[in-house]
Design a protein around this ligand. Structure first.
Ligand code: GLY
Ligand code: MN
Ligand code: MN
Length: 439
């Protein structure tokens, strides 16, 4: 297990979570289950992001218990026991001893003993934090442990009476990335940027959308990022107007743009990049005109990512530029203020300008605090991804614009005095894209 994030950092995260828990409480968190793909074939295993954040422990069939003030150790892991015969078939298991030695847990037990041991740890604690309502099987399991305690009330046992969602405390921690996390995310961004460059070069040979997808996957894997952060979107021509297009089967056409939204996952951290470029390496006048509007909107939005600005400021900045651009090109009429007021841009831009990014591609963390947009603070990571999509059947605009879909997306970390773009290595000016593809 080589990780860019030190084991001490995982211990720090557990400590900070426990500092916020009520006294006399316990937190319980299960590892992600294995999932069947078909018959006896499983999907590649991916740890639950919350579990990953608190342990770095990559196996299924595990439960983390955080028990502030417990004499024999506050961070307790239940996991599979080592088993030479099983390991011969399925690979190395860390085991309870290994969990303590290698992962810095305070105490560990076989998962097969959890029903005997855990009720005793819960007993006497008044509150249980757990991912309430996320997984019906785990909800049920928690209640079974509570029932075990209730069955012993006549011997003086105290069952817990409060059940609280763990996410509120935990996701606030996850929203702020440490220097080590930012390092991993920057590396993921670099690998993904390289993949987009390679896909641009590959496009010149023509072929199908999946040929570009193959190039992306190849580049991710070559750099040790064995998974994507989400299914890659490779949309040629009007397919670029379908926001979640992942069919990726169509032939690439000379004269079309292709929109690629793809990012690798590294140590469970996501990257998320979109680039749009001409299959033949040269933008047509219409493609270029719309592209310059989206790029200007994206740069204006990135400019608005700074501490003190609220979450919606980058979106507002992008809307202003996109809407003015649509008016200037004749796709919308009237004044900017009226068009913004009426949301006249909506047929061309129907999504938000970004989202939090981290262990999940659409990462956790509140966007609003009470009635107000949240203020940006150093350590937050977000995407900036405006676009313009002219539907192929939009008869309200001149035919030459139809079927053009463009999005430009980068990953950005808020710094002390502004922001830093983590995905700069993927070219995005018309000149840089055309120069790369001509090379
Ligand atoms: N790739 C998902 C997104 O851009 O939000
Ligand atoms: Mn994306
Ligand atoms: Mn995104």
């Amino acid at each position: 297990m080589s990780s860019m994030i030190a084991m001490k950092e995982f211990a720090d995260r557990r400590r900070r979570l426990m500092e916020q828990m009520a006294p006399d409480s316990i937190a319980l968190l299960p590892a992600a289950p294995e999932r069947t793909r078909n018959r006896d074939v499983l999907h590649p295993y991916r740890q639950d992001s919350d579990f990953q954040y608190l342990t770095g422990f990559g196996e299924p069939d595990a439960v983390l218990a955080l028990i502030p003030g417990r004499e024999h150790g506050e961070a307790v892991l239940f996991c599979k026991e080592r088993n030479p015969e099983k390991e011969l078939w399925d690979g190395f298991l860390v085991g309870p001893e290994g969990a303590i030695e290698r992962y810095g847990l305070d105490d560990a037990f076989p998962i097969s003993d959890i029903d005997d041991i855990l009720p005793g740890m819960i007993e006497g604690r008044s509150r249980i934090y757990f991912p309430l309502g996320r997984d019906a099987a785990f909800d049920h399991q928690v209640m079974e442990w509570v029932k075990t305690i209730r069955s012993k009330v006549r011997t003086g046992a105290h069952p817990p009476g409060e059940f609280v969602a763990l996410e509120h405390l935990l996701h606030e921690l996850r929203l702020f990335k440490s220097p080590a996390e930012i390092k991993v995310m920057a590396r993921a961004g670099q690998i993904s940027a390289q993949a987009h460059r390679n896909a641009m070069l590959r496009a010149r040979q023509g072929g199908h959308e999946y040929n570009l997808e193959a190039t992306l996957l190849h580049t991710f894997m070559e750099h040790g990022a064995r998974s994507t952060a989400y299914p890659s979107i490779v949309g040629g021509g009007a397919n670029g107007c379908i926001l979640h297009y992942i069919v990726n089967q169509a032939p690439l056409k000379d004269g079309d743009l292709v929109l690629i939204d793809a990012g690798c996952e590294l140590e469970c951290y996501a990257s998320d990049i979109t680039r749009t470029f001409p299959v033949n390496g040269r933008f047509s006048p219409e493609q270029r005109a719309l592209y310059e509007v989206v790029l200007a909107a994206q740069l204006a939005a990135i400019e608005a990512v700074r501490p003190g600005n609220h979450w919606n400021r980058p979106h507002e900045a992008a809307l202003n530029v996109l809407t003015q651009g649509l008016i200037d090109l004749g796709l919308l009429s009237g004044t900017l203020d009226d068009a913004l007021e009426e949301e006249a841009y909506r047929p061309f831009f129907m999504h938000r300008t970004g989202h939090w990014l981290g262990l999940d591609v659409h990462d956790v963390g509140d966007y609003r605090v009470g009635d107000a947009w949240r203020e940006l603070e150093p350590g937050m990571v977000l995407t900036v991804e405006p676009g313009l999509y002219v539907a192929p059947d939009n008869t309200r605009v001149d035919a030459r614009w139809r079927g053009i879909g463009i999005r430009i997306e980068d990953d950005v970390v808020v710094t002390k005095d502004g922001c830093r773009v983590l995905t700069d290595d993927a070219p995005k000016t018309v000149a840089d894209i055309e120069a790369l593809m001509a090379g």
